[in-house]
Design a binder for this molecule. Structure first.
Ligand code: FAD
Length: 527
């Protein structure tokens, strides 16, 4: 016998496994002695009214074996003797491209400037404790890319449900919790991601693919508008049937290389601002309408905010970005002399802090002073902002900060609050760091958010700068269908750095798409 249930329940029933089981057995008048199999297939929190509710979809099997939850039959054939394709960058885009190439019978050869997940950890400790930024190994560069020591939120605005499910199932096949197939807002957590990434590496290697760490691509081999290979570490040449360029939004040297080689790149819209940090309890009280704390069942609350502001006659969007409940702010710079912040959280989301990017769209008018930089104008603005933040913070990884209420009143904070940002904070006037086209829209938006979420602008909220790497300021163009660069045959710009993704899920899906197009065009595989 098989039942499908749609339930709306109180948190103490829905979110406690024993209580939930008892509830379902009673509701369906089953007997515990029959040992029915009960599993949730979808779960979301509805906190719109004062009484928080949990929407649950569940399947119940009594006297019948349940089908496997992970539908994709993941089989990676031996491709060690097959034609090889080159992938630059071992982030989500590069790794998913590699796994898809294997499925399509092509041997992937990946080049990654950074280190494997485990060795990389030491460099992250050095940034946090010694303020030393290794330009080849940091929160953005290394195995798994920016996605490894990230928050691991797996949502995307894409509506390709089949592709989303497939990517989630591949994560589950590499040891991510099945819970990510159930939650409407799935999350892996920074403590679990390195295991998932290293299992994906093992799948690639076992199938006969190659991954080269500490191996930076320093040149592209192009003749007659066709890419035939890459040069690594300024000396070694490698060839392949195609090249997937998945270097992420922080590989500035790759943009410079493309520009220097006259390979078309374009500027694109992006957003920059700060990160805002609150005690998690403040956000819980606002979102769950509770007096003291969220209690033992509900997870750390999140939020999403957006508004429109005007500055010098131009409309600018201001929005929260990559909100991390129960998380930490981390130093995400990729070179000495710059300060960049980002956020992450462990799988349990149990830190006492909530943080979120709070960013302002950069408009064409803002780039006018940088017009001599051509398509690199946005990148130059980004770089200057990060360097200004570093200088004001004290020329280390200490980040400039200001209480949100003081920022609105344009006064430097006498005292900052405790923070999750390990390298520490320096009280500054953020108007000295942020240009007017970011500072003033941010000020107006914060006032608006304070009205929309009462308590959001409490004296506990502090702004920490700068959140400058929300997305790439540059696009590497490609043909809509074939995903090939319009000028260079065999070159597949891919993932976030090329401007086709904005997060782990979209980067992974884009990696798969580029792999399929490469296989179709250069190995005759059906796409
Ligand atoms: P990347 O992940 O940036 O990977 C690019 C790789 O290319 C890097 O490993 C880099 O070392 C390598 N590379 C660069 N240049 C070269 C070269 N010349 N030669 C060889 N290798 C090179 N997204 C979410 O969806 N959810 C989240 O919760 C989330 N949290 C985040 C938290 C933090 C702290 C950070 C930094 C990012 C977070 N993101 C999150 C963003 C997400 O990580 C990125 O969107 C995603 O990783 C982009 O994937 P990608 O493969 O396109 O590029």
């Amino acid at each position: 016998m098989h039942h499908t249930l749609q339930l709306t329940l109180a948190p103490e029933i829905a979110l406690d496994d024993d209580n939930f089981r008892r509830f379902v057995i009673q509701k369906l008048r089953l007997r515990e002695s029959d040992n029915p199999f009960i599993r949730k297939t979808r779960q979301s929190i509805d906190a719109r009214s004062r009484q928080v509710k949990i929407n649950v979809q569940a399947e119940v099997y009594a006297g019948e074996a349940p089908p496997a939850l992970v539908g994709t039959r993941i089989v990676y054939p031996d491709v060690s003797k097959r034609p090889q394709a080159l992938i630059v960058g071992c982030g989500p885009a590069g790794m998913f491209a590699a796994l898809r190439l294997i499925e399509l019978g092509i041997k992937p050869v990946l080049f990654e400037r950074g280190k494997d997940v485990r060795t990389r950890r030491r460099d992250l400790a050095a940034i946090n404790k010694e303020h030393y930024v290794n330009p080849e190994s940091n929160y953005c560069f290394g195995e798994g890319g920016a996605g490894t020591y990230s928050d691991g939120k797996l949502y995307t605005r894409s509506n390709k449900r089949g592709d989303i499910r497939r990517v989630l199932e591949i994560f589950v096949a590499h040891s991510a919790s099945e819970q990510i197939l159930i939650d409407t807002h799935p999350h892996i957590g920074t403590n679990k991601l390195p295991v998932v990434v290293s299992e994906m590496r093992e799948s690639i290697l076992k199938a006969g693919g190659e991954i080269h760490f500490d191996t930076k691509v320093t040149d592209l081999i192009v003749s007659d508008n066709r890419i035939t290979g890459v040069v690594t570490n300024d000396k070694d040449e490698h060839t392949g049937i195609g090249v997937i360029l998945a270097t992420g939004h922080s590989a500035r040297d790759i943009y410079e290389l493309l520009h220097a080689k006259n390979i078309l790149i374009e500027s694109k819209s992006f957003a920059m601002g700060v990160r805002i940090e609150h005690p998690q309890n403040t956000i819980d009280k606002i979102q769950y309408h509770c007096e003291t704390d969220r209690g033992p069942y509900l997870p750390a609350a999140s939020y999403s905010l957006v508004t429109q502001t005007h500055y010098k006659g131009v409309q600018r969007g201001v929005f929260s970005f990559c909100m991390c409940p129960g998380g930490f702010i981390v130093p995400a710079a990729t070179a000495p002399g710059e300060v960049v912040v980002n956020g992450m959280s462990p799988s349990r989301r149990d830190s006492p802090y909530a943080n979120s990017g709070m960013v302002v769209t950069i408009e064409e008018a803002d780039l006018a002073p940088y017009k001599d930089y051509g398509p690199m104008a946005g990148l130059q603005l980004q770089r200057e902002l990060e360097q200004a933040a570093c200088k004001l913070g004290g020329a280390t990884q200490t980040a400039p900060a200001q209480l949100a209420v003081d920022f609105i009143k344009a006064r430097t904070s006498a005292h900052l609050r405790e923070t999750s940002y390990q390298p520490g904070l320096q009280s500054v006037d953020l108007y000295d760091v942020l240009p007017g086209h970011i500072a003033f829209p941010l000020r107006d938006a914060l006032s608006d958010f304070g009205r929309k979420m009462r308590g959001y602008l409490s004296g506990d909220a502090q702004l920490i700068g700068v959140e400058s790497r929300t997305s790439s300021p540059i696009r590497v163009p490609r043909e809509r269908e074939s995903c090939e660069h319009p000028e260079i045959k065999g070159l597949f710009p891919c993932g976030e750095g090329a401007g086709y993704a904005g997060g782990i899920m979209s980067a992974a899906m884009d990696g798969e798409r580029c792999a399929e197009q490469l296989a179709k065009l250069y190995a005759g595989a059906p796409a």
